[in-house]
Design a binder for this molecule. Structure first.
Ligand code: PAF
Length: 324
């Protein structure tokens, strides 16, 4: 072989090798609602940021609308390493990382400012450190929003209106214990089954934040929306340790910063949906009750708070309610 041919062969091998080295790693990210919803908006910002920050070495493939299963299944897949990322509510997370359960207490947070301050402050950040020992990396708190009740039977102003309604809840004991004090009959069910259950009347109602009610088109199967805001529903961007452990320190920083930006975008979308979505749901035919008797709901919840104080510590609950 002539010298020129050898040089050309070496060059093409080197080019081929560098093209191979640059092939992007495609991460699977899953979430419950559409790509246009709050979860989709936050996830898209995260994925754009990691792609930019790693010069295209990492990118995502989105699996919206529960295409990879319910949130519990997706968290299990993160632990196993068969899924890379999930943007999930805390609904099932307490079953994996018990320290999360405290933030699922109904009427714990006064408003969005309070909730976001707690999640971004020492209490929320300390909870994130509990994930790695459970085989999960928690990159940031994102957001689902304050949950409101919908049903096919009647307006809900006070707990006695909710009493007797069969309501789908998340697979979350903290929620279910609280909702029982309102007289509701909680029916835990994975989210992908919910639309069908509402359509068929297997359950009378459900509770979710406005962005979910909008994105899931529940106005097609539910007549009454009551703005109960009975619990804040935090969310998390979770990553498989299988991915995290392979990242350089610089890439870890890119992922963490990207998750923070995702949280900002997701929360903004929650705000926008809260501001514009209720009127949209009215246009779509829902009857909206705004005059909910929050004091009556809090009063009904008192026995559950006795159990919460036993389980989580009254002082720990107070540390959260004291955040100004
Ligand atoms: O109701 C739920 O299960 C959750 O709020 C949802 C819709 C999956 C979003 O996290």
């Amino acid at each position: 072989m002539k010298l020129g041919h050898i040089a050309a062969a070496c060059l093409s091998f080197a080019l081929g090798a560098s093209a191979f080295a640059q092939a992007p790693t495609v991460l699977k990210i899953g979430y419950a609602t559409s790509k246009e919803s709050h979860y989709g908006v936050g996830s898209t910002v995260f994925c754009d940021e990691i792609e930019k920050g790693t010069q295209g070495r990492y990118k995502c493939q989105h699996f919206a609308n529960s295409a990879l299963g319910g949130e519990r299944e997706q968290i299990e897949a993160i632990q196993l390493g068969t899924q890379d990322l999930v943007n999930t509510s805390t609904g099932p997370v307490g079953n994996f990382v018990p320290e999360v359960k405290i933030v699922d207490i109904p009427f714990l947070f006064r408003d969005y400012d309070h909730a976001r301050k707690v999640m971004d402050g020492p209490i929320g950040q300390d909870i994130l450190t509990k994930f790695p020992s459970k085989g999960i990396i928690a990159l940031a708190w994102t957001e689902n929003g304050f949950r409101h009740m919908t049903n096919s039977k009647r307006d809900i102003v006070k707990p006695t209106d909710a009493a007797g309604l069969k309501m789908r809840t998340m697979e979350n004991k903290v929620h279910m214990d609280g909702y029982r004090t309102f007289g509701i009959l909680p029916t835990p069910m994975a989210f992908p089954e919910l639309f069908g259950a509402l359509q068929q009347g297997t359950v009378d109602g459900q509770e979710n934040p406005i962005p979910v009610i909008l994105a899931s088109k529940f106005s097609q199967v539910q007549k009454h929306l009551s703005l109960t805001g009975h619990v804040y529903s935090p969310a998390l961007l979770l990553l498989s340790p299988k991915v995290w452990n392979k990242l350089s320190d610089a890439d870890k920083k890119v992922f963490t910063e990207a998750a923070k930006k995702a949280a900002v975008a997701q929360r903004k979308k929650v705000n926008d949906d809260e501001n514009n979505g209720i009127a949209q749901l009215e246009k779509d035919g829902m009857k909206v009750t705004r005059t909910v008797d929050g004091a009556a709901f809090r009063e009904a919840l008192k026995p559950a708070y006795v159990s919460y104080a036993k389980e989580f510590g009254a002082d720990n609950i107070k540390k959260i309610t004291d955040v100004k």
